[in-house]
Design a protein around this ligand. Structure first.
Ligand code: NDP
Length: 337
């Protein structure tokens, strides 16, 4: 029998610094009935992403802020439970952006099909979804590493970083990754990173000096701050910096103090390119063509940190910002097979 009540997560206050659970509310709402041309989706997995922290601020950015009292929108995967649109039959799996709710009503706009025979449906939010695409595009299009070059990836045990590092290995590069714990460092070695270190144990510039004595050619930056400063210091002439994210600053309550060595961009003839992956949807086909076989053949491996129950979504989000995830952070809110 179809449930009559579902739950959704709303933002009810704007955080200052690291969000607490008090800025979220888990509310009960009636399960909507789909009208003509609409489908009702039973969500299985909600995506927990760093960019959502920026949307909690009431500030103009590349995506609008979350509205207070409204459910948090964002990536989710679910199964069509009731359909009045022949394009989306009941039982089919879909990816959508309607976010953190157990049930979602869609008029079909923005829905994408997910094929459960290719890989577990959760991967549509991770290695075969937006984070994997971000890694592949940023590394191959902006970093453009050549065989034999040295690539440094920060945030390397996360959803984006773990893929960026493995793709760099597949391209024949020597890859160094940084992460926040010994367990994550061990996992990076299992993935085939040539070198991995914890940025919490000693200054990053010291680790880079030891592990990349001849310098680095490409820096895939997920973190910003002192890791960016250390990478600039270690870059070789004509190096490329892929500016993907700056998670060390997302909870900052004061402007960041560095990097202090930006003039080296001039003296070392560096290129630093930022990007927002949603600008490049025209390349999704190329991404799937490259990444699908790599994942199927085990050449790109992935992990997911799955937290159960929609009531756990706020804690999962705080955990993402404090390093509790290895690989992709997800919340399971419904049946996934
Ligand atoms: P992750 O899976 O990497 O999760 C976030 C990780 O960030 C945590 O696990 C934690 O790992 C690390 N972290 C948190 N605080 C700090 C800190 N102060 N210093 C260093 N590391 C920290 O998230 P994603 O893979 O989804 O995202 C990675 C980056 O990519 C983010 O910056 C994100 O904003 C960016 N991004 C950019 C996109 C674009 O279009 N440009 C699209 C998608 C993501 P640890 O234990 O190692 O500290």
């Amino acid at each position: 029998m179809m449930a009559v009540v579902g739950r959704e997560v709303r933002l009810v206050a704007r955080p200052h610094g690291l969000p607490g659970e008090d800025v979220f509310e888990v509310a009960e709402v009636p399960v909507p009935s789909p009208g003509e041309g609409e489908v009702l989706i039973r969500n299985a997995f909600l995506s927990v992403d760093p960019y959502m922290r920026g949307r909690m601020n009431d500030r103009r950015s590349y995506v609008p802020p979350f509205a207070l009292g409204e459910p948090m929108t964002g990536g989710a995967v679910g199964r069509v439970a009731e359909s009045h649109d022949p394009r989306w039959p009941e039982g089919s799996w879909v990816l959508h952006q309607l976010g953190w709710r157990e049930w979602a009503l869609s008029d079909g706009r923005g829905l994408l099909p997910v094929d459960p025979s290719v890989a577990p449906v959760s991967t549509a939010l991770g290695v075969l979804g937006m984070p994997g695409f971000t890694a592949w595009y940023g590394l191959t299009e902006l970093g453009r590493p050549e065989e034999g070059e040295t690539v440094f990836v920060s945030g390397a045990a996360g959803a984006v970083g773990s893929v960026a590092g493995q793709v760099a290995r597949l391209l024949g590069c020597r890859v160094i990754g940084s992460a926040g714990s010994p367990d994550k460092v061990d996992w990076l070695r299992e993935l085939g990173f040539d070198e991995a270190f914890s940025y919490r144990e000693r200054p990053v510039h010291e680790s880079l000096r030891e592990l990349a004595p001849d310098g680095i050619d490409v820096y895939f930056d997920n973190v910003g701050g002192d890791q960016l400063e250390a990478a600039i210091g270690a870059m070789r002439r004509n190096g490329r910096i892929v500016a993907c994210g700056a998670i060390s600053q997302y909870n900052a309550t004061a402007p960041p103090s560095g990097p202090h060595n930006l003039f080296m961009v001039v003296t070392k003839r560096l290129t630093m390119r930022g990007y927002i992956i949603s600008d490049h949807v025209d390349r999704i086909g190329d991404f799937v063509t490259a990444m699908g076989p790599w994942v199927a053949e085990g050449k790109v491996r992935y992990r997911e940190t799955i937290v159960d129950g929609i009531e756990s979504a706020p804690q999962a989000f705080i955990g993402l910002l404090t390093g509790e995830n290895t690989g992709k952070m997800l919340v399971r809110v419904g049946p996934s097979d």
